[in-house]
Design a protein around this ligand. Sequence first.
Ligand code: F1X
Length: 403
Amino acid sequence: MPDPAPAPVILGNETGSFPHSVLAERHPAIIRQVRASLPYGPERQRALDALLADCTEGVIEPLPPDAHDGDRWAAWGLDTYAGQSWFDVPWLWSESYFYRRLLDAVGYFGPGPEQAIDPFRPVKLTELDAPATDEELAALDGLETRPPDERAQALLHGSLWGNRADLGFRLSAGGDTPAAAPGLVADDSRTLWSLLPPSGTGTLCLVADNAGRELVPDLLLMAHLLAEGRVERAVLHVKPHPYYVSDATPADVLDALRRLTAAPGAAGAYGRRLWAATTDGRLTVRAHPFSCAPLPYAEMPDDLRAEFAEAALTVVKGDLNYRRLVGDRRWPPTTPFADVTGYFPGPVAALRTLKSDVICGLDAGTEAALVAAEGQRWRTAGTHALIQVNAGTDGGRGTGAGA
Ligand SMILES: O=P(O)(O)OC[C@@]1(O)O[C@H](CO)[C@@H](O)[C@@H]1O
């Protein structure tokens, strides 16, 4: 694949832009939410005050000298960016560092009583336990009698649109889950299914995004692929620690599995199959440190590269993972997806609802229609979605549904 000329990296310093609003408004709102969620003591409150002042008006401060991951962050660019405004460095980098500093402020890395306490767990659990989750699980009963291909496509779309369950986004959107626009802005699902044939012996890697109402349909999709024999093994990549409010961690996977196994009807059966697949090793959970790195996947370490290289398909979920997959850059929207993901070591699919400016792989007519209808709002509203696939070869690519 030809490497496209790199487009400018997105920064957060343009007042009125979406990245600027995340740094100036969403991050303070997240600090408020964390304070309201758990009764942190005076020392933690002071640390949160300091972070609030720092991330809105100050400069990027280094990590404490004894930070367990100081070397890692130095390698990830902290030495370069320390002392600069949060708004003037790559937006992907400053957002990621915000979550690292937030975890410090609440004592997550210990030692102390708050060690390993997820500051976002209360909001994640509220969502997982909500009646809306019951309704989504009950809908599985109706799917059981559908032909396997139709069920597969429904579960794929469940996982795709589950990406609206993003609690950071909803904090900015006034609490609402955005409505789904009809149709997808790109749909390579036919290619996706061609990479997961019914008698598959390969491994699926799924790079998860949000916990709760996104992770549940991700798990259902994996259960289906294992049960239908489209893959022999599945590896679920989650974040090693709390991140972007609702991103899934290993603890969230256990919560979701328990939620599923306790559900009545078909959902409970899916849950039990997943439980069995976990205990016999067909489904494994990975929490690689790079999953919380402030860097694009093009810079992934060799061990992760080797894992993705062996997979029949890696499915990358969500908006943030998309930004990391294609690079958080101002690509012309018609830049081919295969070109910007040509570095990826194996077949890769993105399932994403559009919640930030980055986009590639659109055809010119689709872009023109979106702009004519919405200006640039379609990029960030969370109402549009895509399925894009780089099969790793020029053959076998296609558009449209069809499992
Ligand atoms: O990755 P997700 O959950 O789909 O979305 C994450 C998100 O809400 O957070 C970022 C801004 O903070 C954007 O990439 C996106 O809007």
